[in-house]
Write a new protein. Structure first.
Length: 251
């Protein structure tokens, strides 16, 4: 089997997942976009969190061309991305009880804000407690996860619950347990993960919806432009000034 054939199979798998999410999560996407728009209109702030590779989709919402300027990354030292050494430490931190509460205690989140929590499995203590503690503080929570994990794996949190059990809205990425789309007789492990592709697209669909909802209400969406086009920096500077009290990644 050629590499080109495998590449085609991967694209087919990713496209199939994107189509499923588009069709099956349409109502949830509309609701999530509406919640972001409500938060912006009411003067609230937006935050996104993900641990490990789930952080990639969260980071994709923050300070980017075409995105909402008000989305701030909620970081947990050592758990966001794979820059910590050893990389396995990040996975271990996801299982530490009480870490989420400590992070939220020192974060700017407050009642009336909205937090997007991204966790493929939704089974570890950190995303579960992040959602639980945020809601207890009056923050609305959008969970982005694969619901399949809740039926095919066990929770690693003492409560026995998953991220999906502690959210105001849940977006199901439809990713199969194990996050590998391809198999081959000559390769002993499944390969070709698609969670980043699908989750990023899912969240950008939510942002697009939010922008449209705000525009329909006569509110200009606080969008950023690319700094690599003429006038982009000047445009963004005005946005940063206007919303300075709701943007935390510039401080």
């Amino acid at each position: 089997m050629s590499d080109r054939t495998l590449a085609g199979q991967y694209f087919d798998a990713a496209i199939g997942l994107l189509q499923r999410v588009r069709d099956e999560e349409a109502d949830a996407i509309a609701a999530a976009g509406g919640l972001l728009a409500d938060t912006v209109a009411a003067g609230g702030r937006l935050f996104a969190f993900g641990a490990g590779h789930s952080s990639l989709a969260a980071q994709d919402l923050v300070y980017r061309a075409g995105g909402l300027a008000l989305v701030n990354l909620l970081t947990v030292p050592g758990a966001v991305g794979v820059d910590v050494v050893p990389a396995t430490l990040g996975s271990a931190l996801e299982r530490v009880d009480g870490l989420a509460a400590a992070v939220l205690d020192t974060s700017p989140l407050r009642a009336g804000d909205t937090l997007v929590v991204v966790s493929l499995s939704g089974r570890n203590a950190l995303p579960v407690e992040m959602a639980m503690n945020a809601r207890a503080r009056g923050v609305r929570v959008i969970g982005v996860t694969s619901v399949a994990y809740a039926t095919e794996t066990s929770s690693r949190h003492a409560s026995g619950t998953f991220l999906k059990d502690h959210c105001d809205l849940v977006l199901d990425s439809k990713i199969a347990v194990g996050d590998a789309e391809l198999t081959l007789d000559t390769v002993p492990a499944p390969f070709a993960p698609a969670s980043t592709v699908v989750t990023s697209a899912l969240l950008q669909a939510v942002v697009a919806t939010a922008a449209g909802v705000l525009a329909d209400r006569g509110i200009e969406p606080p969008l950023l432009r690319s700094g690599n086009v003429d006038g982009g920096h000047e445009w963004n500077g005005r946005i940063f000034e206007r919303y300075a009290d709701r943007i935390f990644y510039r401080r």
